[in-house]
Design a protein around this ligand. Structure first.
Ligand SMILES: C[S@@+](CC[C@H](N)C(=O)[O-])C[C@H]1O[C@@H](n2cnc3c(N)ncnc32)[C@H](O)[C@@H]1O
Length: 252
């Protein structure tokens, strides 16, 4: 082994992933790409707004995860959606990391539309789940989620047109007057609930609208992957797999 290789290995041993080249975060490593969006002042400010608002929303043991690339995808999708008629919707908000970033990025308070933000704001309801799905949800509730309603209320308070809807989906959706949808972000982490929600709103999503699936290609989320593939195919659509693990559907 040459000296150079030896140094590389020592560096890798002590610094782990950080010693490798390129951008690395959120289980994504990118080499030799221009990724200036991360330094775009408007995006940086929006991300910082979301990040700082979520410091206490991820359980005691976890820092706010660096999901900037996922947030960038949502900012891009939501920006495009501004040219379409309809409201914005997120299923699965927690403290609002992604949607706060989107709202700040788009100066959402000035937009003539509503952002519907659906969540229990206290973790995944387990009563109607069984088997592995119920076990997984319980684990997530124990390790990750707590009552974040007050945090979420504060986080979106400067956007008068952001409406937090607290309670169990899909029931809360049935009780809310959501009309046309121009942007949809789905992040419930449970295939059954995501399916129940998309089936209810599919007809209201306008042509050209982006649907961002947060967990689509993540290992350990195969039930969501299969459900979305089956749903998209049934409607003559195809899900784009993004390297972030998100899925993207453009409604046509
Ligand atoms: C991964 S978190 C969402 C993270 C969020 N998108 C962000 O940007 O930080 C998933 C959320 O889905 C919510 N959730 C899951 N199933 C639900 C259901 N049936 N009804 C309401 N909320 C639900 C949980 O309470 C949790 O806050």
């Amino acid at each position: 082994m040459g000296m150079r290789e030896f140094r590389k290995r020592v560096n890798l041993f002590f610094n782990g992933e950080k010693a490798l080249p390129g951008f690395h975060a959120d289980n994504l490593r990118v080499l030799k790409k221009n990724i200036g969006f991360l330094d775009e002042p408007r995006f940086k400010e929006a991300w910082e707004f979301g990040r700082s608002g979520n410091k206490h929303a991820f359980g005691k043991k976890r820092d706010v995860p660096d999901i900037r690339w996922r947030a960038h995808v949502c900012c891009w999708a939501a920006s495009n959606a501004l040219s379409l008629e309809g409201d914005f919707v997120e299923f699965g908000v927690n403290g609002g990391l992604v949607s706060m970033t989107v709202c700040e990025y788009l100066n959402f308070g000035k937009q003539d539309r509503t952002f519907w933000l659906f969540d229990t704001f206290a973790g995944i309801p387990t009563e109607s789940l069984s088997g592995e799905a119920a076990e997984k949800a319980k684990r997530a509730n124990d390790g990750l989620y707590s009552d974040v309603y007050e945090i979420a209320k504060r986080n979106f308070s400067k956007f008068e047109n952001a409406r937090l809807v607290r309670g169990t989906l899909p029931e809360t959706l049935d009780a809310s007057p959501v009309g046309k949808i121009a942007y949809l972000s789905v992040d419930l982490n449970v295939a059954k609930y995501e399916r129940e929600c998309i089936e209810r709103v599919w007809d209201r999503i306008v042509p050209g609208a982006p649907i961002v699936l947060d967990d689509y290609a993540f290992q350990g989320h195969e039930d969501q992957y299969e459900m979305w593939n089956e749903f998209a195919t049934a409607w003559g659509h195809m899900v784009l797999t993004l390297p972030t693990g998100q899925g993207l559907i453009i409604k046509h």
